[in-house]
Design a protein around this ligand. Structure first.
Ligand SMILES: Cc1cc2nc3c(=O)[nH]c(=O)nc-3n(C[C@H](O)[C@H](O)[C@H](O)COP(=O)(O)OP(=O)(O)OC[C@H]3O[C@@H](n4cnc5c(N)ncnc54)[C@H](O)[C@@H]3O)c2cc1C
Length: 412
C-alpha cells in the first residue's frame, strides 16, 4: 500500500496552506488529493476582485490568488498534487480509500488534514414551496455556470438571501445583462460583508428587502414569478404583505454547510453550531492524527483567514508527525452572551493562540470580555456583525495565568 507522511484532502486555499505549513515545519512527503482537475477550490469560480489584501497586500481575483499561492508550493518538491482523485473513506488506522485518476487505491497516511470546503444550502434544505420549476439555482451554481462555462442562467432575476455569494452574483449578473429585481433577506440585517452591500447592490440600485422571504415559486415548467412576503421579528410571515414579482430565475444564497461526510460516520465529535469537527488548538479532531481547517471546519468570510488557519493546521500536523500527540491538559472555552461559536473549542496553554468566532447580533463599540480565574480582559471592537468572523489573538503569558475554563462574552 502506498504510504505518505501527510495526506491533505482538498486542494483549495485551506489544503494548499496546510501543505505549505507542514513542509515549512519539516514534513518530507505531503500528498494533496483533489477531486477536481485543478487546484484552488471555490476560488476558481470567484473571478471578482477582493482576495489577498492581507496575504499578498494586493487585491486579486480568486483564480489569481490561487495561482499566486500555488507558486509558493512549487518551491517545495516535498508537496505533490493528485488531481481527479476523490477520497471516499477514511479508515480507523488512517487509510484513505481514493477513486479517480489512478482507479481505486488505498493510501496510508501518518496524519490527515481535512480541507474539503463547504457546500451551499439548496431549495430542498430550506423547504422552498410552490411549483417544481426550472430556473431555481444556488448562487454558487449560477456563478460556476457563468464564470466557468459561460452560461447566464436567467434574464430577470431575484435573489433570496444576502450572503456574500448572492451579493456578488447580483452584481455579476447585472454586468452580464440580466435585470436583478431585488434581494430578500429574512433577518433585519444583511448576512454579507458591508463592502459587498455597497459595491454589489447600492452601486447598481438593486433593492435589498430586509425582513422578507420568498413564500413560494410559481410557473409551468420554467419559473414565471415568486411571491415575496414580509416577516415579523420572530421571522413569521405577515399575512397580507405578499407581493408577486415576475422573474425567470431565483438564486438562493441561504447559507453554507461545511462538507464533512467523510468524518461524520467515523464517530468524530462534531460541533452543532459550526457543523464542522470539534478541534483543539493543534487543529486535531477527536480522532488522533486527523486535523481540519478552512471551510470544512467553519465557514470563513475571507480567504486570508483560511490561508492563515491552513498554515497553522499544517504546522500542527507536522509537529504531530515529528513529535507525536501534544501532551498536557486541555482548557475549554465556555460561550456566553453574544458569541455564536468558537474555534478552537479547547486549547493547550503554553503558546499564543488565535481564537476565531462569530457573534449572534449587531453590536457597535462593544467589547469582547475574556475571563476566567487569573485572567480578565476586555478587547474593544468598533463593530461586530454576524456575517464577519472575529479573530482574537491571545498571548501565551495571559493564557498561562488562567486557572480552569476560559469564558467569552460580548459586552455592550
Ligand atoms: C462565492 C464566494 C465568494 C467569496 N469572495 C471572497 C472575497 O471576495 N474575498 C475573500 O477574501 N474571500 C472570499 N470568499 C471566501 C474564501 O475564498 C473561501 O472561504 C475559501 O477560498 C475556502 O477555501 P477552502 O479550501 O476551505 O474550501 P474550497 O475552496 O471549497 O476547497 C475545498 C476543496 O476540497 C475538494 N474536495 C472536497 N471533498 C473532497 C474529497 N472527498 N476528495 C478530494 N477532494 C475533495 C474540493 O473539490 C475543493 O477543491 C468567497 C467565497 C465564496 C464561496
Amino acid at each position: 500500500m502506498r504510504q505518505v507522511e501527510l495526506a491533505v484532502i482538498g486542494g483549495g486555499s485551506a489544503g494548499m496552506a496546510a501543505a505549505l505549513g507542514a513542509v515549512e515545519n519539516g514534513v518530507k512527503d505531503v500528498l494533496i488529493l483533489e477531486r477536481s482537475f485543478e487546484y484552488g477550490g471555490i476560488l476558481e469560480q470567484c473571478i471578482h476582485n477582493g482576495f489577498g489584501l492581507h496575504t499578498f497586500k494586493e487585491e486579486l481575483s480568486g483564480p489569481a490568488y490561487a495561482e499566486r499561492y500555488h507558486e509558493l508550493l512549487e518551491e517545495y518538491p516535498e508537496i505533490s498534487f493528485q488531481y481527479e482523485s476523490a477520497v471516499l473513506k477514511i479508515s480507523e488506522d488512517n487509510v484513505l480509500t481514493v477513486t479517480g485518476r489512478n482507479g481505486y487505491e488505498e493510501i496510508k497516511a501518518k496524519a490527515i488534514v481535512l480541507a474539503t470546503g463547504c457546500r451551499e444550502r439548496s431549495a430542498g434544505a430550506i423547504g422552498l414551496r410552490g411549483d417544481r420549476v426550472q430556473g431555481v439555482y444556488t448562487a454558487g451554481t449560477a456563478q460556476q455556470y457563468l464564470n466557468k462555462e459561460g452560461y447566464l442562467v436567467g434574464k430577470r432575476v431575484f435573489i433570496l438571501g444576502s450572503g456574500d455569494i448572492g451579493l456578488i452574483m447580483a452584481r455579476r449578473m447585472t454586468l452580464e445583462g440580466a435585470k436583478v429585481v431585488g434581494v430578500a433577506e429574512l433577518m433585519p440585517y444583511s448576512n454579507g460583508l458591508a463592502r459587498n452591500i455597497k459595491q454589489c447592490l447600492e452601486d447598481f440600485d438593486i433593492p435589498l428587502y430586509l425582513s422578507h422571504t420568498v413564500k413560494a415559486v410559481h410557473g409551468k415548467g420554467r419559473l414565471e414569478s415568486i411571491s415575496l412576503i414580509a416577516v415579523d421579528e420572530n421571522r413569521q410571515e405577515i399575512p397580507g404583505s405578499e407581493e408577486i414579482i415576475p422573474v425567470d430565475c431565483l438564486l438562493l444564497s441561504v447559507g453554507l454547510i461545511p462538507e464533512n461526510e467523510l468524518i461524520e460516520n467515523m464517530g468524530i465529535e462534531m460541533d452543532k453550531r459550526t457543523r464542522g469537527a470539534v478541534i483543539d488548538s493543534t487543529y486535531m479532531t477527536s480522532k488522533e492524527g486527523i486535523f481540519a481547517c478552512g471551510n470544512a471546519l467553519h465557514v470563513h468570510d475571507l480567504v486570508d483567514y483560511v490561508s492563515e488557519e491552513g498554515k497553522r493546521c499544517g504546522k500542527a500536523a507536522a509537529e504531530y508527525i515529528l513529535n507525536g500527540k501534544k501532551e498536557g491538559e486541555r482548557t475549554k472555552s465556555v460561550l456566553h452572551k453574544g458569541i455564536s461559536y468558537m474555534v478552537p473549542q479547547s486549547f493547550y496553554k503554553g503558546s499564543d493562540i488565535d481564537f476565531m468566532f462569530r457573534v449572534t447580533g449587531i453590536y457597535k463599540k462593544a467589547k469582547i470580555h475574556v475571563y476566567g480565574e487569573g485572567l480578565d480582559k476586555r478587547i474593544p471592537q468598533i463593530s461586530l456583525v454576524p456575517s464577519e468572523m472575529v479573530k482574537i489573538h491571545m498571548k501565551k503569558e495571559d493564557l498561562d495565568k488562567l486557572q480552569g475554563e476560559l469564558h467569552w462574552e460580548v459586552e455592550e
